[in-house]
Design a protein around this ligand. Structure first.
Ligand SMILES: [Zn+2]
Length: 714
């Protein structure tokens, strides 16, 4: 009898013998029953009898085992033929590949693998073995022998952008920052269902970022999860899409900032400060002329003050669309209701538009000058609408604008740039074409006239009121189950798969300004308590004395607290001192490197942007055929992704290229860099590299020096 535990050689012999016996039995049966074979029903009966008999036999585990081991042995013999083995394997692979095309099956398989690995890793030996293997693999990668293979690998890395959506915080992330959400789901934690949004990335798979995953594994709510009250209000799809000027006319706060188009590449940059001023939406919308359809437009100029020569925004607007969206905001936006903004439709119908606007008819007197427009404005608008503006200001809950501190808002709020954000000559350069009578009828509005700027900190909802195109008149939720800082909210909103904040350039600059201001106010509080004075303790009496205050200012002690604030003069002062210390220790740097972002020529970046901005996957050829203006549109509509990808590329350039064992420039001892955003608005980087064992000028042979330089400079 066969024994499963017997050595293999003997089984093979036994199998051969027993298969011979079985065959001879079968032959006997065939001979006996030969006559009956013709009749189908008899054969069927015979077969079913056989099956039944076999089934009964197999209930005996011995018989079953014997049969199985016979089968196995038979298969083993067959597989000794390499053709059979290969055919079997390719069949299996094909079957598995077909099955894996179903995302669910793949995810299930992957989560099973993960679970299996996790169990295995609980064994310390196993984990150590794995770590050793990983280290070896990484070492092997780092030891890539040639510069060309390093370049190839670098290109492969930067070709992939932040296109993976976290299903918990809805942020766009790089592949290395996300993992499969199926892993978390397979842990069946109580928090998972309430946090995961079931949001799939463009490849159809649900991911979760490592940060959120770490929180969820502890069954905690991630601070940046959308479930922590961070969701955007829904965008009503039935309303017309408004342009910048149309939204401005509906904004209860106007943020004034000077945003200019870079000469090359059309990216937008800010000049000067950001100032928030309350605006009278009711009057603005009420005084818009009646039009018969959604398609009829009127030209408007938005000015800070009606007597100013130049408008901060000039555009065609559709009054009917503004009213439609405005009505929605009043009905659905809690902040609009809180600000008592209403549009009295019945009264509006009776208003004679020309009585309220200044209409400068350019066609009448050919080249109308700015002065004539200004005169008209200052007479008619200031008499009529200003009166109503004053009334509106009185009923406004934000009467604190009379307060001394708030008077200074916008003027002393700034640190890093001067507050003179109105430079008429420059404004004329940008909007000159309109001021010279480009439109026949220009309606002039100064919605914020007569109102004083309010500090972004006193005005709690200034961001929501300034950007109804993002917040739709609703306030950001005040309460969060887990505390989350404003800078984290900003980061989250800018990375969100819903790109509404990024496409609104004004909002990016607003956020920057508020973050900077928050950092400064935070620092000032700390400074008062922590200020180091070289052993000297300042007393209240001394601070009353003008001389000691002057000394504080003179020796920059008052500003030193700002050294951690990126971009501030004390920050660069500290950076300069660090650099000088490095030069003292390491000597002069051997290489000076400048790296620039060539966004319009980076095919991989344009492909990433097209996927994020237009939701369109392009081939290299399609990107090659793209027009210049198409490229510029993609780049300026998502500056956040451009800047992130530049940073990502720089990190990999340093870690995987300069620091690799190949050492393309020689072994890197140390480095120092500074990233600037200049003319085009794109980042570029200045960098000093200290390289070990470089031939030195005046010490080594000139031939060696030229050889080294020729080796790294093409
Ligand atoms: Zn996340």
């Amino acid at each position: 009898m066969l024994n499963v535990n017997e050595p293999v050689d003997e089984i093979v012999i036994l199998v051969k013998r027993s298969s011979h016996l079985i065959q001879s039995d079968v032959r006997n049966v065939r001979n006996v029953a030969g006559g009956c074979r013709q009749e189908v029903d008899i054969r069927q009966r015979e077969q079913s009898l056989d099956t039944a008999k076999r089934n009964i036999q197999r209930q005996d585990s011995d018989v079953q085992q014997r049969e199985q081991s016979l089968d196995t042995a038979k298969r083993n013999i067959q597989r000794q033929d390499s053709d059979v083995q290969q055919r079997e394997q390719s069949n299996n692979t094909a079957r598995r590949r077909t099955r894996r095309q179903d995302n669910d099956v793949r995810q299930h398989e992957q989560s099973l693998d993960t679970a299996r690995r996790r169990t295995r890793r609980q064994d310390d030996d196993m984990r150590q073995q794995e770590q050793v293997a990983n280290t070896a693999r990484k070492q092997c990668l780092r030891n890539t022998t040639s510069v060309s293979s390093l370049i190839h690998r670098f290109r492969g890395i930067v070709a992939h952008g932040p296109v993976y959506t976290c299903s918990s915080c809805d942020q766009l992330l790089y592949k290395h920052s996300v993992q499969l959400a199926a892993n978390i789901r397979s842990m069946s934690l109580s928090i998972t269902d309430s946090v995961l949004l079931n949001k799939r990335s463009s490849d159809g798979i649900e991911y979760i970022c490592n940060t959120c995953s770490n929180y969820l594994r502890k069954n905690k709510l991630p601070p940046c999860a959308i479930a922590n009250n961070l969701h955007f209000p829904p965008v009503p799809t039935h309303l017309p899409v408004l342009n910048v000027a149309e939204w401005r006319m509906l904004s209860p706060r106007l943020t004034f900032m000077q945003i200019r188009e870079a000469v090359v590449g059309k990216q937008l940059r800010i000049h000067g400060n950001v100032v928030c001023v309350p605006a009278d939406v009711c009057t603005t919308v009420s005084t818009l002329p009646r039009t018969s359809s959604n398609f009829e437009t009127v030209a408007v100029e938005l000015k800070r003050r009606s007597q100013y020569q130049h408008a901060f925004l000039t555009s065609n607007v559709r009054p009917a669309c503004i009213r439609e969206v405005g009505t929605y905001l009043v009905e659905h936006g809690d902040l609009f209701q809180f600000q008592n903004i209403t549009f009295n439709h019945s009264e509006l119908e009776t208003i004679e538009p020309d009585a309220l606007f200044t209409v400068s008819d350019a066609s009448d007197n050919g080249a109308v000058t700015d002065d004539t427009v200004t005169t008209n404005v200052s007479t008619s608008v200031s008499s009529d609408s200003l009166a109503s503006l004053d009334v509106a200001t009185d009923s406004d809950p934000w009467v604190e604008i009379a307060d001394m501190h708030i008077d200074r808002a916008g003027v002393f709020d700034t640190l890093f740039s001067s507050p003179d954000f109105v430079e008429d000559s420059e404004r004329a350069a940008v909007y000159g074409k309109i001021d010279t009578g480009h439109f026949d009828h220009v309606h002039t509005f100064a919605p914020a006239e007569g109102n004083k700027p309010i500090s972004v900190f006193v005005d709690k909802y200034s961001e929501e009121l300034s950007f109804p195109n993002i917040f739709w008149g609703s306030s950001r939720p005040d309460t969060h189950a887990v505390n989350v800082h404003y800078s984290d909210i900003v980061k989250s909103e800018l990375r969100r798969s819903d790109r509404r904040c990024v496409t609104c350039i004004d909002n990016i600059f607003y956020k920057l300004k508020k973050c900077q201001m928050q950092a400064v106010t935070g620092k000032v509080n700390v400074a008062v308590r922590k200020h180091k004075t070289g052993g000297h303790v300042y007393t209240a009496g001394e601070l009353r004395d003008a001389d000691s205050i002057n000394n504080l200012v003179k020796f920059d002690d008052g500003y030193r607290v700002l050294k951690d604030l990126r971009g501030s003069p004390p920050y660069w002062e500290k950076a300069k001192r660090d650099l000088f210390a490095m030069i003292r220790q390491l000597g002069a740097a051997q290489l000076f490197l400048t790296l620039s972002a060539a966004e319009t020529r980076w095919v991989h970046l344009l492909k990433i942007l097209s996927e994020i901005v237009d939701n369109e996957t392009l081939t290299d050829e399609q990107v090659d055929q793209m027009t210049w203006s198409h490229k510029c549109r993609l780049i300026s509509s998502d500056p956040v992704t451009c800047a992130r990808h530049f940073d990502y590329s720089i990190q990999h350039y340093f870690n995987d290229f300069l620091k690799s064992t190949v050492s393309p420039f020689g072994q890197l001892k140390d480095f120092w860099y500074r990233i600037e955003f200049q003319h085009r608005g794109s980042p570029h980087m200045h960098c000093l590299l200290w390289i070990a064992d470089v031939p030195q000028y005046g010490v080594n042979d000139t031939v060696d020096i030229t050889q080294y330089i020729d080796g790294i400079i093409s």
